[in-house]
Design a protein around this ligand. Sequence first.
Ligand code: PSV
Ligand code: MN
Length: 423
Amino acid sequence: MELIHEHNQQKSTRHAAAFDYIAGELTQRGVNIEALIAQIQAFQVAIPSWALGTGGTRFGRFPIGGEPRNLEEKIEDVGLLHALNCSSNSISLHIPWDIPRDPAALQQLLAVLGLTIDSVNSNTFQDQPGQALSYKFGSLAHTDAATRAQAVAHNVECIRHGVALDSKVLTVWLADGSNFPGQQHFRRAWQRTAEALGEIYQALPDDWSMLIEYKPYEPHFYSMVVPDWGTSWAFCQYLGEKAQVLVDLGHHLPNTNIEQIVARLMHFGRLGGFHFNGSMYGDDDLTTGSIKPYQFFLIFNELVDAMQDPTVKNPPLAWMIDASHNTKDPLEDLLQSVNNILVTYTKALLVDRAQLQAAQESNDVVAAEELLRDVFALDVRPLVAEATRRAGGAIDPIGVFRTANIRQHLIKERGQNSVATGL
Ligand code: PSV
Ligand code: MN
């Protein structure tokens, strides 16, 4: 805390000038700066427990040391991020990577750090030690009823862990699919999955939601049982109101119009969650906003448009980063991602909805596009920094992380060879 304060003092003159400039510009356009800052401060993004260590590829993994060795240390890392940016106040758990052994003690730790548990995520994409049956040929879609039952029981166990920690969301991402034509009967695979999801749904408490995440390929390359939002949606329709679609930015084929997908889903009240990341080719899990910032803005523009429209009956979204860090320090990368998310969210908030609608209704293509381009070009970083500063965080979170040598401290405490669970 002291460090953040000192750091902010050092940055204060330059920051104040940058903030005054953009605040002045926007005030002239009629923007209420105080209300905007409050909206930025209210936006919180969950951090996945599996993104706190270095990720890897099948070609190798290059740990950087000081990685969290257990769930408590993962929670501490998220606490650290939240202290710096005041915008990541929850952690998502992947079971069985993060089985909460002592929920009461974890609750205490979470409370001290100002955190909560976001979603619990089941894992039927890897075989787990001690379990009888293999998921090599699928889990909820498996041809074998006993394997499906094992996968259902695992999901129910995830709910049980989540209840103990006050989570309200179960996220189901299935690796089920096939690699070769003829391997899987598509309709039967859908039906088996629907029925298995139905059993999990029965175990869902009333105030919970089940998010169904889609992905077009990987680990299977011929077909996935849940490849797209239409299939996720069909499962949700089959299950009921508590089931919603989860959109992961990286789970689309190149050039997919993701902004239109989120608009559609929100129009029908079926978008329940969102995984942030960045990608060039597929599920690259890169830093959010690092590759296609304009598309990211267009997606946020649709999300905000629907969130601000009182006629849209969509539940509040579960926002989470879902990234992997093969080259960067995971904590620095997460700070960059959260910052990119806040900056882009802020821009989406600044879109003049009435003017955009007028341009759209009169088919003034250029005016509509220019309106978006103009907002996208604004440098709103000082607004985000000011929102964070006023909330008690750092004007430059990565700057503090570096000057305080946080990674070196973590290495000293946890060792050079500590490796966190995750992909
Ligand atoms: C799958 O690629 C995914 O996006 C799902 O959200 C998983 O739960 C997560 O990655 C972690 O592997
Ligand atoms: Mn995901």
